[in-house]
Design a protein around this ligand. Sequence first.
Ligand SMILES: NC(=O)c1ccc[n+]([C@@H]2O[C@H](COP(=O)([O-])OP(=O)(O)OC[C@H]3O[C@@H](n4cnc5c(N)ncnc54)[C@H](O)[C@@H]3O)[C@@H](O)[C@H]2O)c1
Length: 304
Amino acid sequence: MANKEQIAVIGAGLMGHGIAQVFALAGHMVTVYDPSAEALATLRDRIRANLSDLGQDTKAADLVFPVEELGQCVASADVVFEAGPENLGFKQKLFEQLQLLAPEHAILASNTSVIPITQIMRGLRTGHRALGTHWWNPPYLVPLVEVIKTPDTDPALAQRMFDLLAAAGKTPAMVQKDVPGFIGNRLQHALWREAIALVADGVCDAQTVDTVVKASFGRRLPVLGPLENADLVGIELTRAIHETVLPAIDRTPGPSPYLQKLINEGKLGMKSGEGFRTWTAEQQADLRARVLTHLKAMNAAEGR
Ligand SMILES: NC(=O)c1ccc[n+]([C@@H]2O[C@H](COP(=O)([O-])OP(=O)(O)OC[C@H]3O[C@@H](n4cnc5c(N)ncnc54)[C@H](O)[C@@H]3O)[C@@H](O)[C@H]2O)c1
């Protein structure tokens, strides 16, 4: 296999254009398919705008080729990333097509947020080359990509994907079992469940939850993961803390009824101006800008 694999991306939306950008910047030729003419027409300009904002070489966008036909997009691909709508039926049908349209050696990857990869790839004749790659938004700023194996995935191909992502500057993580939420979203939503329970129980308001996280362990998280932290404080202390705290922590097996209450009240989050907290348009723009500035500063500090 040549050093620079040809990449195909299916879906030119938020995630697809960012994934294409990562590989183009790493010197790969990238073809992108989307049924939306507008998504294809704006693809290179969106990538150029991101690159320009980051002070990176905008010429990389010239390696990205919008393609109007699915078969043509993947005909010469070594690796295919699917970043289309989050819908099981859509993804199943797409991968059935891809296994016929892409070269036999091509790795086929889905960027689903939460759908088990095994469900998407069920029924594929060539399931050994299918896996999950879970990117985080924005894909060109957040380093992690989880590589998810199904029981059918050829471990050597999963490793090839891992190496490809690492060579493109990402921080890949191998997920050995195809569990719902993979690793990152399981951890993230375990925290969200307790955050919601604290508000629902009247322990504090939503703003206080966010302040506590951001001003305490959130500060250390970029350099101190939870299990490094457990080792740091010691396993006996960790066990002692868990004896007291874990029985009190929320164990609701499904979404909190508090979420349904907010939905019933029309409090849908930023898009309706209120969710857990109220949001003016200015506050929303300010928060989005702060997240981007923070991610860019972290990457700059790490020399990424
Ligand atoms: N947005 C996130 O933060 C995030 C993070 C991780 C994973 N994901 C997952 O990535 C995938 C894409 O999400 P997104 O946020 O980029 O969505 P998006 O809506 O921005 O983009 C989806 C794109 O798919 C295109 N599309 C529609 N029908 C299609 C078809 N038949 N074939 C190919 N493309 C088609 C749409 O035109 C659109 O451009 C989803 O599975 C999502 O769950 C999203």
